[in-house]
Write a protein that binds this ligand. Structure first.
Ligand SMILES: Nc1ncnc2c1ncn2[C@@H]1O[C@H](COP(=O)(O)OP(=O)(O)OP(=O)(O)O)[C@@H](O)[C@H]1O
Length: 315
């Protein structure tokens, strides 16, 4: 169990970055940390790893306290691995050697076997003998992941781990990686801007806003019942509309949050919007429309002409 208790931190005096953060993460759980840029996601991961000294509070992995550089010559908690946004590879060393950095040379066959397994997992076998500096950003990111897993950590901390990887590889890699982590019971915490990391691969999600933890919940619950617009908007476009526009539902609040996929074109609806723009998304169009002076997003199977008036209801 990872226990974070009332943690506060600032890089500079009088500029608090994280404020009174507390949460618990059971072993083997996958958690995503989401929040707008600059809210403190990377900083939180660094604190969990022990890279900085806390101003207040405590962090424990089981019974062991995670302490910062004031207490350790080499910062970083040894049962964890942290993959930063800058990958931290040795540029003039091959991919295979980079992955094997933390593996003992005492058992060369086992070492080669393990490197081979990891190369396969991140689909980099063909690049085993290529020097890291010659790789693309996405390839470096995959090597950094493999390197972090070489000596299995108990906790894996990932900062935007798939940000440089193309969609096709990203999905395959995510499936491989997260099923491997589950099988090995490795706890994984991912700071991310990608809603798929949270929705498809995380058991629960922590939401930060201005350095405060404002929600920690099952990822699906947070998406389906977002407590506020900030949280809903981290998952994509969202409309905040007067509840009176939708007599078909019995809302207890004055306004309601509605995702674009929850709105449907209806000729009989009195809630009429004027189409401004249709954006093709592959399987559907995201339509931007105006209701009075407010922007409204909804989905449509067909692109709609600019200026057309359509009625909308809730699905
Ligand atoms: N080394 C540092 N010294 C001083 N301030 C810093 C340092 N690193 C980050 N900050 C500040 O701390 C705040 C939080 O930064 P952090 O990188 O944790 O945010 P983030 O949520 O990970 O952002 P992003 O999503 O853009 O990566 C920002 O205001 C940033 O400017």
């Amino acid at each position: 169990m990872l226990k974070v208790q009332n943690v506060s931190f600032s890089y500079l005096e009088n500029t608090p970055i994280l404020k009174d953060i507390s949460f618990k993460i059971p072993q083997g759980t996958h958690v995503s940390i989401i929040g707008e840029s600059g809210c403190g996601k990377s900083t939180l991961l660094k604190l969990l790893y022990g890279l900085y000294d806390l101003n207040e509070g405590e962090i424990f992995w089981n019974d062991e306290q995670i302490l910062g550089p004031a207490f350790h010559l080499v910062p970083g908690f040894e049962r964890m691995k942290y993959v930063a946004q800058d990958f931290d590879l040795m540029p003039y060393t091959t991919v295979a050697e980079n992955i094997g950095t933390y593996l003992s040379n005492f058992y060369p066959e086992e070492k080669q076997q393990r490197i081979h397994e990891l190369l396969e997992m991140v689909e980099m076998t063909a690049f085993a003998d290529v020097k890291a500096k010659l790789l693309s950003g996405g390839q470096q990111q995959r090597v950094a992941l493999a390197k972090a897993l070489a000596r299995e950590p108990e906790v894996l901390l990932l900062d935007e781990p798939f940000s440089h990887i193309d969609n096709f590889r990203k999905n395959a890699l995510r499936r491989n990686l997260f099923s491997y982590l589950k099988k090995e019971n490795i706890t994984c915490i991912v700071a991310t801007h990608d809603r798929t990391d949270a929705l498809s691969f995380a058991d629960s999600t922590i939401v930060l806003q201005h350095g405060k933890l404002i929600a920690q919940n099952d990822s699906k619950d947070l998406f389906q019942n977002p407590p506020n617009k900030y949280i809903a908007s981290l998952f994509g476009e969202v409309n905040e509309l007067p509840a009176r526009l939708f007599p078909e539902i019995n809302a207890s609040t004055e306004t309601i949050l509605v995702y674009p996929h929850q709105l449907k074109i209806s000729d009989t609806s009195d809630f009429k919007v004027t189409v401004q723009q249709s954006y093709f998304k592959g399987s559907h169009y995201l339509v931007l429309a105006k209701y009075e002076r407010k922007l409204v997003f909804f989905e449509s199977l067909e692109g709609l002409e600019v200026g057309v008036l359509v009625g909308l209801k809730i699905l």
